[in-house]
Design a protein around this ligand. Structure first.
Ligand SMILES: O=C(O)CCC(=O)C(=O)O
Length: 279
């Protein structure tokens, strides 16, 4: 359920902190699921999970993590956030007779060790449609709502996610962002106006991608583990071209399938419809 306060704070700040979004049992199962993935090299596949080729300074990213088993599948329409996500992406009732209500265009696990981070990026000044914050006619219509879940406690020194509250509406580029780099070892540390969001394992941040965000550099030993599922309107497309496997689509509930692969083909009767269907 979305409260008036959720809507007010999301509009004002561009993010919400969802405390205890995942139960300790869910966090345990997700961590075990990550442990079961061998530390494959960048560019390699483990089943349908792909290790992204990012700079070393960003750590490990396992794309298509919803392929890694039931605990990850369940996150697709998790009750702790799915109604909020639908509310902020908006458009419900306009397309769902044919498509699902929202669409996941990217989902990944990120594992970072000491010295690793991601620099500050995004911000309202870009006006990018895909990541935009929009409120019109009494409704939200955001281009991308991210759910970033902590699978480890993330406190001072752990490389927490950083956001500039309110920057999803900014007209001007942050002066430091204009000069900063997202890669090559950059972090969001020391960016004026940016705050670090500390989380307990199981907490999640819901944020519109238009907010300027990044992470602090991890200085503590050990790993920071997060999952990110990005939701947008059903007319979007996969960010990196990955598509859900037929096996995954077969296992999902109709609601989940509509979020993982919302499209249906309309074909003339003489065309074999199954040929065009994903599963
Ligand atoms: O790693 C983080 O904490 C930030 C994640 C991020 O930059 C993103 O989801 O775009």
């Amino acid at each position: 359920m979305i409260t008036e306060m959720d809507a007010y704070l999301f509009d004002l700040r561009g993010y919400l902190l969802l405390r205890g979004a995942l139960s300790p049992e869910e966090v345990k199962a997700l961590n075990e699921g990550l442990d079961a993935i061998p530390r494959i090299a960048p560019g390699d596949w483990h089943g349908y999970v792909h290790r992204e080729e990012t700079e070393d300074t960003r750590g490990i990213a396992y794309q298509q993590i919803y392929e890694a088993g039931e605990p990850f599948e369940r996150l697709i329409d998790h009750p702790s956030w799915i109604d909020k996500v639908k509310h902020f992406v908006g458009g419900e009732g306009t397309f769902d007779w044919l498509h699902g209500p929202v669409f996941i265009d990217e989902n990944f696990a990120s594992i970072r060790g000491p010295g690793e981070a991601i620099g500050l990026h995004s911000g309202g000044h870009t006006g990018v449609k895909r990541t935009q914050f929009r409120y019109h006619n009494g409704q939200f219509h955001c281009g991308q709502i991210n759910i970033l879940m902590a699978l480890t406690d993330i406190g001072p020194g752990d490389g927490g996610t950083m956001v500039i509250p309110g920057s999803h509406k900014s007209n001007l580029v942050h002066p430091q962002l204009a000069r900063a780099k997202i890669s090559s070892g950059a972090s969001a540390d020391d960016v004026e106006g940016a705050i670090e969001v500390h989380m307990k394992a199981g907490d999640a941040i819901l944020f519109v991608d238009a907010i300027a965000h990044g992470s602090a550099k991890r200085v503590n030993d050990g790993e920071r583990r997060i999952l990110v599922y990005r939701y947008g309107p059903t007319w979007g497309n996969f960010r990196f071209g990955y598509t859900p496997s037929p096996e995954l689509l077969e296992r999902l509930t109709p609601e989940q399938r509509g979020i993982a692969y919302p499209w249906k083909q309309r074909t003339p009767p003489h065309v074999e419809a199954a040929r065009l269907q994903p599963a």
